[in-house]
Design a protein around this ligand. Structure first.
Ligand code: SF4
Ligand code: SF4
Length: 95
């Protein structure tokens, strides 16, 4: 009997693998970003947000904890890291 291997590719998963988790720097994501309420943000007196799109904070970051895993942007772009204010843009810090 002949056997057939069927490989099903989820186009979104393929796109993420090819393009990376590139978060758009737009107003919608800025509104959803949880950074301003984060202990690290407050402790470090940070001034920017959406670090997963914009990159590292310009201030020296005093790490406390990170709210990224609870953020709608994190879920929307299937991110898998934390502390983007320290590490930089999501597209540069994929696992
Ligand atoms: S994932 Fe983190 S850095 Fe990105 S928008 Fe959400 S809270 Fe901000
Ligand atoms: S990236 Fe994470 S640790 Fe940094 S300010 Fe945003 S929520 Fe806080």
């Amino acid at each position: 009997m002949q056997s057939h291997i069927i490989i099903s590719l989820n186009p979104i998963v393929v796109l993420v693998k090819v393009l990376g988790n590139a978060v758009l720097d737009n107003e919608e994501n800025a509104k959803l970003c949880l950074c301003p309420g984060c202990p690290t943000y407050k402790k470090s007196n940070l001034s920017n947000n959406v670090f997963c799109a914009r990159g590292k904070a310009i201030e020296k970051v005093k790490v406390a904890s990170c709210l990224c895993p609870n953020c709608p942007v994190f879920k929307k772009y299937t991110l898998d890291q934390m502390y983007y204010c320290v590490k930089g843009k999501s597209i540069d810090v994929q696992s």
